[in-house]
Design a protein around this ligand. Structure first.
Ligand code: 6PG
Length: 234
């Protein structure tokens, strides 16, 4: 595990963008599973503003680690956020494979699983992403694997339907085995509200074992890109 700590969210997002530029520079068909929520918004804005000419966009194939079961133009759509803040800002024709949140959740979980299998190489009999970007919830969830649905970590499926424990919103999520089969998993976490979870999870405390994010142990590299606020308890 490698941790990279920066002064503030802007510096964190900027350095993560530089990491993406390095990783994708000479790797055609580079597959990235994007995370959702608010943290990636700053990354998308910085990529659109300062990396249009820096990143080899035709090299990248965009997927999602999870998606809310809402239409693509809904304010809560993870695809919708990336499309507005990044894809629409880049003149390139991009390879974007969104989760169709408007579909029946069980049908879409199956469909997206088939899509992933058709697009990625199989390693250990599982699709292998080059990079899975993850956020961290204050309850220790990641992607849409919540603490009351730990079985999604060990599911043999590629994608499953999850349910947000507070809102009841249906989600589609990659399962833990697929996330852990990635070449690289990078957590992108900012803000003091995440500091205690970050401490518990990176130190693998006993309490952390009840958090899904603590069970993300990829066969490849595990990176944490954080600001000082999120890393305050390290
Ligand atoms: C989602 C995410 C989820 C998110 C965390 C952190 O669809 O909401 O994939 O796992 O990354 O909840 O969200 P914030 O970045 O908004 O704190």
């Amino acid at each position: 595990m490698e941790t990279y700590i920066f002064k503030n969210p802007d510096e964190t997002a900027l350095n993560f963008a530089k990491f993406l530029a390095r990783e994708t520079a000479n790797k055609p068909n580079f597959s990235i599973a994007l995370s959702g929520g608010s943290t990636p918004k700053l990354l998308f804005d910085i990529l659109a503003a300062d990396f249009k000419e820096t990143i080899n966009w035709p090299n990248i194939r965009f997927f999602w680690g999870d998606e809310r079961c809402v239409p693509p133009d809904h304010s809560e759509s993870n695809y919708g956020v990336a499309n507005e803040r990044l894809f629409k800002q880049i003149a390139w024709k991009l390879a974007v494979h969104r989760i169709e949140g408007e579909n029946d959740p069980e049908v879409e979980a199956r469909n997206y699983s088939k899509l992933i299998i058709s697009k990625l190489n199989l390693v250990n009999d599982l699709p292998e992403f080059d990079l899975v970007i993850l956020g961290l919830g204050e309850d220790g969830h990641t992607a849409s694997i919540f603490p009351n649905q730990m079985s999604l970590l060990e599911s043999d499926k590629i994608c499953e339907v999850a349910t947000h424990p507070q809102s009841g919103q249906k989600r589609i999520t990659l399962t833990g085995k697929v996330i852990n089969n990635a070449e690289t998993v990078a957590f992108l976490v900012t803000g003091k509200s995440k500091a205690e979870r970050v401490h518990e999870i990176t130190k693998q405390t006993e309490r952390a074992q009840s958090y899904p994010a603590a069970h993300i142990r990829p066969k490849g590299d595990l990176l944490w890109y954080m600001d000082e606020a999120a890393a305050a308890n390290l």
